[in-house]
Design a protein around this ligand. Structure first.
Ligand code: ATP
Ligand code: MG
Length: 560
């Protein structure tokens, strides 16, 4: 079952691939890869790259490798590897039998480096980091040749072997490519290929003490795996000549590097360095804090794989950088949850409603659809009793004209319940409403009558005698500014952290919520979409606010 070749692509990368297939380049094969460095958890920016790379493989009957670019032992760990695997699988992508690791190619890369030395294209350089910076020049000033540049092949081979064998200290020397110190492209001014590090690697342990630099390693990883289209973000455009140079010198399989614009999102930071800072300095409770833009944070917040894939599709793929409004992401999850989230009633800031003509001990079980958007979601029974809780904001002593909720003498519909009419109310010594008294109409069971009577307002409720306490984590944006990096001199992005990004409240919920399990999704009617937290328990179910009900995306689009 293979997909037919489309006439035209959905973006410029697809156009390139379609041309390549038509020209039978690489025998018409398409192999992509997603190459995270295991130095942090995946975030929504990575989701864009994952959807793109796996999506291309699917569309063009190819395959996409999950490859760990694990060439910096100081910052990498197994914890990150595990989380990345989990996240890619959760997003619903299939990378075949195994993951790939750059560290599996260390020997091969070393051999390639030896080959370059033999060709007179690489040398061991003993300049200090500071000297190297000076010799490098600037955009306007040409670089200077290192005094070690013309070492003989034999000397270089010997020194490089010593580097590998641990005979030098960290920083004492490096292996550099011998290209052109006067190139207008700084990346081509004899870039470093290997550095010395005596750090412990999470996979190769202490086998190596030299580690390949990104530009040297990445093209080789792609080449070794037979990747046909190596897709990366725009910052690497200036590195492409170097990517090509290494592969050309070695005369090995040569993938094509293609750059696209990375995702930027308002009110969000998407750099692993910054996310790590949020975690280590405890601005949030770990990588999977529901306020984090990480995949694990979004999952805990209540996002679904489908909503994230939908988001990736809608933002598209382009060649110039832009910033996506976070409201679009919220719109995607709202649309998805509207279809899949079961409805429940939860009352925040409760006041009592007593139905004076309702029998004292009667429990009337009302049948309610779990999801009006999905008949397969079934129904549940909600206990209706004489004493209920409603939301404080759903009653007003002196309502303005268009207030259709409860007020003295007014009739409202209790959702899935009955029509009730307010007859009286009570206040405490501070003037706060404590109790509202109503009568109910027994003919209106289920929330409707057949006498053509119009009741405009509908409010929700829970039984005061059967409800349970639930904990709600009400999340707001983690940053107060659309661009968190918009700071005064001397400050960093943490200056824009929203001090009220989470508020925890205890609310009254339907008894059916007692059995909830982590990651279950709900719409608490009239309040928002929620997801059960990992910390939930039978005595106190805990829910995270995923997103409120009001969609501000359309408004933003009209404005633009
Ligand atoms: P960060 O800047 O957050 O540290 P990175 O690029 O260093 O990210 P990697 O683990 O190297 O992180 O990234 C793996 C892949 O994900 C790369 O191909 C990279 O281009 C892509 N990627 C990272 N961030 C984004 C983003 N914001 N939008 C799209 N793709 C991204
Ligand atoms: Mg990186």
């Amino acid at each position: 079952m293979s997909n037919p070749l489309p006439e035209k692509g959905n973006n410029f990368i697809e156009d390139i691939i379609i041309e390549d297939i038509k020209n039978n380049k690489n025998d018409g094969k398409v192999i992509t890869r997603f190459p995270p460095e295991p130095n942090g958890y995946l975030h929504i920016g990575h989701v864009k790259s994952i959807c793109l790379n796996f999506g291309l493989a699917e569309k063009f009957n190819g395959k996409c490798n999950l490859r760990f670019d694990d060439t910096n032992p100081e910052k990498e760990s197994d914890e990150y590897v595990k989380s990345i695997i989990e996240d890619v699988k959760w997003l619903g992508f299939n990378y075949g039998e195994k993951e790939f690791y750059a560290s599996d190619y260390f020997q091969q890369m070393y051999d390639y480096a030896v080959e370059l030395i033999k060709k007179g294209k690489a040398y061991v350089c003993h300049l200090t980091a500071e000297e190297m910076r000076q010799y490098r020049g600037t955009l306007t000033v040409s670089g200077k040749d290192s005094p070690y540049r013309n070492r003989s092949v034999e000397e270089n081979l010997e020194l490089f072997e010593k580097m590998k064998n641990g005979e030098f200290e960290e920083g004492e020397c490096v292996l550099r490519a011998k290209i052109d110190m006067s190139s207008p492209n700084l990346n081509m001014r004899d870039p470093v290929m290997y550095r010395i590090s005596h750090a412990h690697h999470h996979r190769t342990k202490d086998k190596w003490c030299i580690y390949p630099m990104y530009d040297w390693a990445h093209g080789l990883e792609d080449s070794i795996e037979g990747v046909t289209h190596s897709i990366c973000t725009l910052e690497f455009e200036d590195h492409r000549p170097l990517y090509d140079w290494f592969l050309d010198q070695l005369e090995v399989f040569h993938p094509q590097q293609i750059e696209f614009a990375r995702l930027n999102l308002t009110y969000t930071v998407l750099s692993k360095r910054k996310l790590l800072k949020l975690v280590t300095e405890k601005y949030v409770n770990g990588w999977d804090d529901p306020r984090m833009p990480t995949v694990s944070g979004l999952r805990r917040r209540g996002f679904t794989p489908e909503s994230l894939r939908d988001f990736a599709e809608r933002i598209g793929v382009a060649k110039s950088n832009s910033i996506v409004e976070i409201e679009l992401l919220e719109h995607c999850i709202r649309e998805d949850l509207n279809k899949r989230a079961e409805r429940r009633m939860v009352v925040v800031d409760p006041i009592k409603l007593i139905i004076t003509n309702f029998p004292e001990d009667k429990v009337d079980f009302m049948e309610a659809k779990n999801n009006p958007e999905d008949d397969n979601a079934g129904t549940r029974l909600i206990p209706f009793t004489k004493e209920l809780f409603i939301q404080r904001e759903d009653f007003m002593e002196n309502p303005p004209q268009k207030y259709f909720r409860l007020a003295p003498g007014k009739e409202v519909r209790l959702l899935h319940g009955y029509y009730v009419t307010c007859t009286d109310f009570e206040k405490d010594e501070n003037g706060n409403i404590t109790t509202v008294y109503c009568t109910y109409d027994p003919e209106s069971r289920g929330g409707w009558t057949n006498d053509g009577r119009k009741v405009k307002g509908t409010i929700h409720w829970v039984s005061a005698t059967h409800c349970i306490d639930v904990k709600l984590n009400m999340y707001d944006r983690l940053f107060t500014k659309p661009n968190p990096d918009d700071v005064e001199e001397g400050e960093d992005f943490t200056a824009n952290i929203n001090p009220n990004s989470v508020q925890t409240i205890i609310a009254k919920g339907e008894p059916s919520l007692r059995e909830t399990k982590p990651l279950e999704k709900y719409q608490f009617v009239r309040i928002g979409y929620f997801c059960t937290d990992y910390d939930t328990n039978e005595n106190l179910p805990v829910f995270n606010l995923t997103v409120n009900l009001k969609d501000s995306w359309a408004k933003i689009q009209n404005k633009n």
